[in-house]
Every structure is written in C-alpha cells, then in structure tokens.
Design a protein around this ligand. Structure first.
Ligand code: GLU
Length: 430
C-alpha cells in the first residue's frame, strides 16, 4: 500500500505521513502558528517536547519467566502547570504516538483553560493477555521507574486506552509508599473511595454530549431525533452514546473492536451496554444488523463520534462519510490529510482537544478536591463541567470565526496563543 503524503508547511523538505500522529498534530500546529505569526524562537520551543523518558520494565510473569516491557512518559510542555495526561497500555504504543498525545494534552488543557501542561505515558503490551497480578506488577514497576518526574506539582497521570481506576489506585499506592505518606493528588481517575471525583468516569462522554448539543445548536439542528453513530464502545463511546440518547438523540450505530451494530430505528444503548458486559463485545447483539469495520464510519447519520483510536478518518474514507457533524471523542481520530476534504464537504468537526476535554477537566476537579481535602457532589461536578465545556466551545468558535478557519485550527490557535503568552511572560531561563 502506498503511503499518503502531503506537503507540510514552510519547511520544504518536510512531508506529512498521514499515519504518523506527531506529524499529523504538527501540521495543524504549523497552520495555527502561522496565523498567530508566532516568532521563530517560540515556534521552535513549542514544537519540541520538554522531556521524553523511555524505561525498560522487567516483570515476573505468572509462568515464572521474566519478561521485559517498554514504557514511555513524555512531558510535552509544563509552562502553564504540572504535566497532565493519561497512560495507555496497548501493543500499538510508540514514542511518536505518546509524544503526539502529550502535545495534544498541552493544547487540550489550554483550550479549556485549566492550569496544567501536557504529558502522556504508554506501555507496549497487550493487557488482555496479562493476568491481574502481571498488570499490577507492570503498573507498579512503570510508576517506580518514572517516579522522579511524578507528583501533584510536576506530572499527574490518569487513565487512557486500556487503563482504569484500579490501575490508578496502584499508581497512587506505589508513589505514596515511596514518599512515606499518602499522596492522593499524584494521579486522577482514582476510585471514589480513595480521593476520586464523582462524575470522573463519565466526564469525557458527558463533555462529548455537551459539545454535540452546542454544535447542533450552531447548525440550527435539533438534538432530539439527531441520528448518531459512535465508533468505540469503551469509557468514552458508551457513555457518550448513553447520554446523547438520554438527551433525545437516536443512536443508530455503535461499534467496538469486535465489529459494528446498526439499527435505523435506534438502538437501546443501555441494553447494548448490558449485552457487552455479559458477552465482553457488542458483536452478537440481537436487535441490530452487523456492520463490517470499514463500512461503519460511512453509515447514514447526522453525528459521527469516533471514540476509539487515532487515524480512523482518512483521505481515503472521508468522501463516503455522511455525517454533518463529527465529535472527536478519541485523540487524533482524523488524519491531517482528511481535514481539507471535510472542510470542502462542509462537515462541522469538533476537534479532539475540545470534544474530549471533559475527562481532563474533571481530572482537574479531582486534583483540586484532593488538595483541598473537600469533595464536591456529582451535581456540582457536572454543572462546573458543563460551564467549562460550553464556554470553551464558544471560545473556540469565536477564534475560528475571527481567523476564518475551521474549529480544529480555531482550537489550536486559541491553545497555542495561551501557551505562548505564558512563555513570553515567564521569559527564558538560560
Ligand atoms: N486520557 C484522557 C485524555 O486523553 C484524560 C487525561 C487526564 O485526565 O489527565 O484526555
């Protein structure tokens, strides 16, 4: 298969490979930097990650053998506050991907204006093939290997693809054992009983629901009866689907790694969740037709929510996409090469760094509550989340109108402007 390549910005020797998430991110960064007339020095600073760590993680497997895994943590930029970003456990993890995700966290925290920088971590592994004991040893070894950079004031991890509350509890415990006292604010997305926040688990999906509502409002379309297709049925996709349905939308398609489901009359999302809980995957759910992976994103709908992994919407499948609105629940689901075609088709895209920012926003609330030792009701969390999501949506819309660009470039422009402003104020220590 030939790789799609696209000329990239001012550097004539630099070509964009569609599948490389860091370059995908940087090509959008370049457009925003140009709009902002970012000075050459700051441009160089913001294009480079602050710190990148690679660790080897030897683990005793249940079989008695030793296995060595590779882990990464990238602190992209901490000028606005501690590094903030999840840890993913996946076979597809690469340093390039973690670096892109860390940069996206930097822009995301700036878009919603919370006092964090951006970071991300990853471990190359197939968590489905690891026992609970092996997962715990791997999580703890990873934590202790990067312990110098972790801390409530320096770098605060959270869940991401294939990591969850239980693993955040192990991270909190490992860090606290090293420090000789309990430090709840070192990690977010923890269980409620040990300093987690009400509403954190649902926050990313809830944020997607709020921005879907705002996007449809902009287009003069009602949420009631809007046909929605959700790709990915994990923590983000399943909650987004459930909340969109609760708010009147008709969820006609959902999918996970096993395949897709379609029912033109609408699926009962709670029922699909119950089926998935009983059978692990959505495939086999009786009250829907099965749809193959490549046909799923092009199903007829008003709103498409890609909520799985990177690079699923590409120059190759965009021409067939029927949605009027795309809500990026995942990080980087749209390859840069697809942006222009989406614009030409008039698709309204709410970009990842805005659409899925609900998760890190409630992570921020969790960090604040941990440091205060004073916990909020779920109602208050959801209300504050709604305020931030709606305000951020409108801020991005305003910037995109001001510069006459799409919402993605609007979001990058707003974020880079905010990060750059702090760099200018702080000056350079050299
Ligand atoms: N992993 C989530 C994200 O990509 C949440 C990060 C966090 O809460 O720190 O936004």
């Amino acid at each position: 298969m030939t790789e799609t390549k696209q000329f990239l910005g001012p550097d004539k020797d630099h070509f964009l490979s569609e599948e490389n998430p860091f370059e995908s991110m940087m090509s959008r960064f370049d457009i925003a930097a140009k709009l902002l007339k970012l000075d050459a020095g700051l441009y160089k600073v913001l294009r480079n990650p602050q710190m990148q760590i690679i660790v080897s993680l030897p683990i005793h497997m249940d079989s008695g053998e030793t296995e060595v895994f590779t882990g990464y943590r990238v602190l992209y930029n901490t000028s606005r506050g501690p590094g903030k970003g999840g840890i993913r456990f996946d076979l597809g993890v690469t340093l390039d991907e973690v670096r892109a995700l860390a940069a996206w966290m930097t822009w995301k925290c700036a878009v919603v204006n919370i006092p964090f920088g951006g970071s991300k971590g990853g471990v190359i592994c197939d968590p489905l093939k690891l026992s609970m004991g092996e997962l715990e040893r791997l999580t703890r070894r990873y934590t202790s290997s990067i312990i110098e950079i972790l801390g409530p004031d320096s770098d605060v991890p959270a869940p991401d693809v294939n990591t969850n509350e239980r693993m955040m509890a192990w991270i909190m415990d490992t860090y606290s054992m090293h420090k000789r006292h309990t430090v709840t604010a070192v990690v977010t997305g923890k269980p409620l009983e040990m300093g987690g926040s009400a509403g954190r688990r649902e926050a990313t999906g809830r944020g997607c629901m709020f921005v879907t509502r705002e996007a449809l409002k902009q287009l003069g379309l009602p949420l009631k009866g809007a046909k929605v297709v959700v790709q990915g049925f994990g923590n983000v996709g399943s909650i987004a689907a459930e909340l969109l349905q609760e708010n009147g939308a008709t969820v006609v398609g959902v999918s996970d790694v096993s395949g897709g489901l379609y029912n033109a009359a609408g699926l009962d999302v709670k029922d699909v969740i119950a089926f998935r809980e009983a059978h692990r995957y959505v495939t086999g759910y009786p009250k829907a037709d099965a749809v193959a992976g490549e046909d799923f994103l092009t199903l007829p709908c008003d709103v498409l929510v890609p909520a799985a992994l990177e690079n699923v919407i590409t120059a190759r499948n965009v021409p067939k996409i029927q949605a009027k609105v795309i809500i990026e629940g995942a990080n980087g689901p749209t390859a840069a090469g697809a942006d222009e075609i989406l614009d030409k088709k008039g698709v309204f895209v709410v970009p990842d760094i805005l659409a899925n920012a609900g998760g890190v926003t409630v992570s921020y609330f969790e960090w604040v509550q941990d440091r205060d030792g004073w916990f909020w009701t779920e109602e208050l969390v959801n209300q504050r989340l709604e305020e931030i999501m709606v305000k951020s949506f409108n801020n991005v819309l305003e910037v995109s109108k001001r510069y006459n660009v799409n919402m993605r470039i609007g979001a990058y422009t707003l974020a880079i402007e905010r990060v750059a402003a702090v760099h200018r104020m702080r000056g350079m220590y050299a």
